[in-house]
Design a protein around this ligand. Structure first.
Ligand SMILES: CC(C)(COP(=O)(O)OP(=O)(O)OC[C@H]1O[C@@H](n2cnc3c(N)ncnc32)[C@H](O)[C@@H]1OP(=O)(O)O)[C@@H](O)C(=O)NCCC(=O)NCCS
Length: 172
């Protein structure tokens, strides 16, 4: 995978040495509450090892470690669809809490979108955001994504139903 960069931000491949730091960043209920249940909480060393092992074999996903001023601060990835959805990719990301609200994810999303549109043979990048995640919606709006749909009560998280807000960016 290539190394992508711009604006104090580098998106790079993971190595197995990232595992302890991944736990430090990811083990946070304020992060997992915004993600699918496949992202565990608590997030243990064995979860990080599992992720890094699977990461080596992923074909339809391109996931990068985000470095900010040379420090690993979060993850971002594009997951390509199959069949009739093969020209779209879903974007996913999280940042360790100490690094929130510094504009880091806005830069990382812009970098990965440029990469996706130019190298992954896709024309659409989308995300499904839980209705309470205002910060993530704001990031995508700043990156030129448009609100596309509200999928009512699509999400069942921590025992409650929530709407999923779909955001998408198209480049043909
Ligand atoms: C969502 C997340 C990636 C944002 O990353 P970030 O680097 O802090 O984002 P940025 O600093 O680039 O932009 C955040 C924007 O949201 C705004 N924001 C933050 N918290 C907010 C809130 N509670 N209400 C409204 N706006 C909020 C900020 O003010 C900023 O907008 P601005 O530039 O117009 O002021 C980060 O908070 C995170 O990892 N959250 C947990 C995981 C997650 O939600 N992943 C995405 C799942 S769809």
């Amino acid at each position: 995978m290539p190394k992508l960069s711009g604006n104090n931000i580098v998106l790079r491949e993971f190595t197995f040495n990232d595992k302890e730091r991944l736990v430090e960043l990811a083990n946070n209920p304020r992060i997992s509450m915004n993600l699918r249940d496949g992202f565990p909480n608590p997030y243990t060393l064995s979860d990080a090892e599992d992720f890094l092992r699977k990461y080596q074999k992923m074909e339809s996903s391109q996931i990068f470690a985000i470095e900010y001023n040379n420090i690993y601060v979060g993850n971002i990835g594009l997951h390509k669809g199959i069949d009739v959805y093969r020209k779209s990719a879903e974007i996913g990301y999280f940042l360790g809490e100490p690094f929130w609200n510094k504009g880091i994810m806005t830069k990382a999303v812009n970098i990965i979108c440029d990469y996706g549109f130019s190298k992954m043979d896709i024309v659409k990048i989308y995300a499904g955001i839980f209705e309470y995640n205002t910060a993530s919606m704001r990031v995508l709006e700043k990156c030129g994504f448009k609100k596309e749909a509200v999928l009512e009560k699509a999400v069942f998280k921590q025992g409650k139903f929530f709407d999923e807000i779909r955001y998408a960016k198209i480049q043909m």
